[in-house]
Design a protein around this ligand. Structure first.
Ligand SMILES: [Zn+2]
Length: 442
């Protein structure tokens, strides 16, 4: 390199003991640095090399830390933080119909804003930088995500359950079109369409959701094949299992993301692979509701993109992708009887690159030139991360998420050393306590 070359400007030079890039070569760099300009990574490489080339406006030396791409939560219902602990150890139908739906009937926009912001806090504190949210009061969810500074895919939920107090499908579809207008051109937030499930939406509603997503270039997501019973009921009602039924309705495509995908047979998996449909695997929710073990290994082998999701915090009960990664790996090993199933690197892909692809946002989930500067940093001095022989293994099997010391989205530090830098967390905590008491009577 010529010494006479003028140094390149950059906004921030982040330095750390380890950078897990999740780039195409899956490079793990020691004593490394990232140059960030205008919210994007401009370079990643050895610290000495970048320090010689860049003249940063600011240097962020993270010391004994491991930098990872920000984790991607590809399925959830963020504001259900308000109902965490309301009802555990019940069947899905009892949990929904006797506990969750009655409490949801009392929701307000302000409650959803608070619950979503609490979810954002929990996710940022455990390294998640992008989440999919399917719930009610989208304006409130958007306001919370904007306040937190997090990245997200905000879904318009659609039901045919006016009797249970939900809005009509017509009203929800109109809101979905308005949400797409509202978020058009937003760098951090995107709109999507989320019909709840085949058992809560009529055939024509599902078709209209797919049409809206197609027309507006939005992701289409829905709960699908969460349980064997869902397939039996769909067979009785529609003459087909869930996946062939979705195919018949034109809902399978490279822009479709199915949450759960537990009760899938070989021909279902072949349909998902052939159509380019992605799956969000939610291992803890599936375990807690005894839904079964999703055939993640078989899906990946067939070429289906599989991301990771927490599902709602009322059926998990955490929004922590570090524990989700560990459960995903362990559950496949138990389910297949094969300890080599779903190795650590594959699980980290699911929480980063593959989750990004599943959301239709493939530039996320990696630290590479041009990628948005979304990252988290773990404190490598913590006992659970010593001696640090294999950073990917430590990330998936040893880290709890509590080691996260910094989380950045689009080059902006949102969480640092236990503090939320974009909103008043103490006030939020008080507000949420009052709101949860009002909604649940506890
Ligand atoms: Zn869900």
């Amino acid at each position: 390199m010529e010494n006479a070359t003028a140094p390149l400007p950059c906004d921030v030079l982040v330095t750390a003991a380890v950078v897990v890039t999740q780039n195409d070569a899956r490079e793990v760099l020691r004593d490394a640095a990232l140059a960030i300009t205008d919210g994007r990574v401009s370079a990643v490489g050895p610290r000495a090399q970048l320090a010689a080339v860049y003249a940063p406006a600011e240097t962020l030396d993270l010391g004994e830390a491991m930098v990872l791409p920000g984790l991607i939560n590809s399925h959830g219902h963020a504001a259900m933080t308000l109902f965490r602990g309301l009802c555990d150890d019940e069947t899905l139908s009892v949990w929904l119909s006797q506990h969750i739906w009655p409490a949801e009937a009392k929701l307000t926009a302000e409650a959803v804003r608070q619950g979503t912001l609490l979810a954002c806090a929990e996710m940022l504190a455990s390294g998640t930088t992008c989440f999919l949210d399917a719930y009610f009061y989208n304006d409130a969810a958007v306001a919370a995500a904007e306040a937190a500074g997090i990245r997200g895919v905000i879904c318009q939920g659609v039901f045919d359950m006016e009797s249970a107090g939900f809005k009509s499908a017509n009203a929800s579809l109109a809101e979905g079109a308005a949400l797409a207008d509202q978020l058009a051109g937003n760098d951090r937030l995107r709109a999507a369409v989320f019909p709840h499930a085949v058992y809560t939406c009529r055939r024509d509603t599902l078709e209209r959701c797919a049409a809206l997503a197609r027309e507006r270039g939005l992701l289409l997501s829905t709960h699908a094949a969460e349980t064997a019973r869902e397939n039996d009921d769909c067979l009785n009602a529609n003459g087909k299992r869930v996946i062939p039924y979705l195919q018949e309705l034109g809902m399978l495509s490279p822009h479709t993301l199915l949450a759960h995908g537990v009760a899938l047979n070989e021909s279902d998996i072949a349909l998902l692979a052939a159509s380019g449909t992605s799956v969000s695997h939610c291992p803890k929710s599936n375990m807690k509701l005894a839904s079964g073990i999703a055939p993640v290994q078989a899906l990946r082998r067939a070429g289906v993109t599989v991301g990771l999701g927490t599902d709602g915090p009322a059926s998990n009960n955490a929004l922590n992708l570090f524990s989700e990664m560990s459960f995903a790996a362990l559950l496949q090993k138990v389910g297949t009887g094969d300890p080599t199933a779903l190795e650590a690197g594959a699980v980290l892909d699911m929480a980063t690159r593959d989750g990004a692809a599943a959301l239709g946002w493939p530039e996320l989930g990696r630290l590479a030139p041009g990628a948005p500067a979304d990252l988290c940093a773990l404190d490598l001095t913590r006992p659970a991360l010593r001696p640090g022989l294999d950073p990917v293994s430590d990330t998936v099997y040893a880290a709890s998420g509590g080691e996260v010391v910094l989380t950045m989205v689009a080059g902006r530090v949102l969480y640092h050393d236990g503090a939320f830098l974009t909103f008043d967390y103490e006030k939020l905590r008080r507000d949420v306590a009052d709101t949860a008491a009002r909604l649940t009577g506890r």
